[in-house]
Design a protein around this ligand. Structure first.
Ligand SMILES: C[S@@+](CC[C@H](N)C(=O)[O-])C[C@H]1O[C@@H](n2cnc3c(N)ncnc32)[C@H](O)[C@@H]1O
Length: 442
């Protein structure tokens, strides 16, 4: 690799669309063709209908969760920070191991914010992309955009129908087995999240406030609402993701990355990292801090794409404000160097410095989408603590797509409780939960 020069350091940013821009485009139903001169690694995501304006009109007057999401859909940066966050440690330990046998109900949905996105362009080494799948007509209902490959699949074994339970019907709202089945079918089809039958209470708890807020009487009404209201669909998806994260979580990955960054100097081009389940931002900011430290500069030649399916966590991540209790993984030295107190010297909230924010582009990407709006290749993909929510088949599909966006010598970082050994033909272990592309034997 050649030397990293000052002129390169002042390079223009690659074509990366922010989450606000992407979602604003969704709201405007603008379908953007991929750039002609460079084929994207993955073709643009199918256009999506946005019902944000309608949702805003319907919504209650108080500043609600759905209003915040609708505001994003309209391209407005919402500044409120203290939206509810899920931090439960639940993970589908009983994740399915084989394909299901049960007959599946018809899949139903796809969301408003699966917006058409211009590809996020990285790097100079472009590969020819496959032709994009046909787009549904603008204004098509959400149901028409469930990935065709999943639409007729039966549910995985761990998602076998739940048994009858009185508990389901001793609550403020009747929550039937059918309601639960319909909910988990939708989130599985759309996000790949395989909710175990034991998660009924969790699902009820996360969605019940939506019924209250939308003044609905039954979960059936709520299901009908998300079927026709894209903004509420977005809130539904956001509610069913689990976003537990922390700064420098599973710290040895950051030490490995720092070592790799130091070894790769001098660079001929920026080092590129995709953090593909970024949650509220602690992980991508930890990556940015690691890069600054490895290069001894607040302007290291490192570019980070931070994506997530959850639009609300992306708003929080982009804002980069954290309460003291979220700063546990941050040393005193890092706190002083990379964060600014929000409320004076004895602050209870801290904001990341602008230099870190400038290194990161936030955008919404559903890992289940067949086409990610990415171009070029990454030197590292951080895909940590999200695959655990998917069944093996889904994991394999995503791993295959990672091959298209990872440099030949790139590294894939998984969560400590995740293993991709079942896909050893695709990725080979290169240490503790770090993987490299499996070399094909000649
Ligand atoms: C438990 S958090 C992990 C956050 C971070 N990677 C870490 O290890 O601390 C899982 C994240 O994956 C996101 N997620 C779930 N399903 C997804 C999907 N289909 N596409 C993209 N992100 C998804 C959730 O919204 C959530 O923010």
């Amino acid at each position: 690799m050649g030397k990293w020069s000052a002129s390169q350091a002042e390079r223009p940013r690659p074509l990366i669309r922010s989450v606000e821009e992407s979602l604003a485009l969704a709201a405007a139903r603008v379908q953007r063709p991929a750039p002609v001169e460079e084929a994207p690694v993955s073709a643009a995501v199918p256009a999506a209908e946005s019902s944000a304006p309608r949702a805003q009109a319907d919504a209650p007057k108080s500043k609600s969760f759905s209003e915040q999401v609708a505001a994003v859909l309209a391209g407005i940066l919402v500044q409120e920070k203290d939206a509810p966050k899920e931090a439960s440690k639940e993970a589908p330990k009983d994740a399915p191991k084989e394909a299901p046998k049960a007959a599946a109900p018809q899949p139903v949905h796809t969301p408003a914010a699966s917006a058409p996105k211009a590809p996020i362009h990285f790097g100079s080494t472009q590969r020819k992309a496959p032709p994009p799948p046909p787009l549904p007509p603008a204004g098509a209902s959400p149901a028409s955009r469930i990935p065709a490959s999943r639409a007729d699949e039966p549910l995985p074994l761990a998602m076998r129908p739940v048994s009858a339970s009185n508990k389901l019907n001793t609550r403020e709202f009747v929550f039937t087995i059918e309601d639960y089945e319909n909910i988990r079918r939708r989130i599985y089809d759309f996000a790949g999240i395989a909710l175990a039958s034991s998660k009924q209470d969790m699902v009820y708890g996360r969605l019940v406030k939506r019924l209250r807020e939308r003044r609905l009487k039954t979960f059936r009404e709520y299901l009908e609402l998300i079927d026709r209201d894209g903004a509420e669909w977005e809130v539904f998806v956001n509610a069913l993701t689990t976003n537990l994260t922390s700064f420098f979580r599973e710290a040895h990955h950051f030490e490995l990355l720092a070592h790799r960054l130091r070894m790769s100097q001098p660079l001929t081009r920026p080092f590129r990292i995709w953090c593909c389940a970024a949650s509220t931002g602690e992980e991508p900011y930890s990556l940015a801090i690691t890069a600054c430290e490895a290069f001894g500069s607040l302007h290291p030649p490192v570019e980070i794409v931070a994506s997530d399916i959850n639009t609300q966590v992306l708003i929080d991540a982009r804002e980069g404000v954290y309460s003291s209790d979220r700063m546990t993984g941050i040393s005193e030295g890092r706190l002083r160097k990379f964060f600014q107190p929000m409320d004076g010297e004895h602050s209870s909230r801290w904001k990341v410095i602008p230099e870190l924010q400038q290194m990161i582009r936030f955008c919404r990407i559903n890992l289940l989408d067949a086409n990610w709006p990415l171009q070029g290749h990454f030197d590292a993909i951080f895909c940590r603590n999200v695959m655990i929510y998917f069944d093996r088949e889904t994991q394999r599909t995503i791993l295959q797509r990672f091959l298209r966006v990872l440099e030949a010598d790139g590294e894939l970082y998984a969560g400590h409780s995740e293993s991709f050994l079942h896909a050893s033909d695709l990725f080979t272990s290169a240490g503790k939960t770090v993987y490299r592309i499996t070399r094909k034997k000649k």
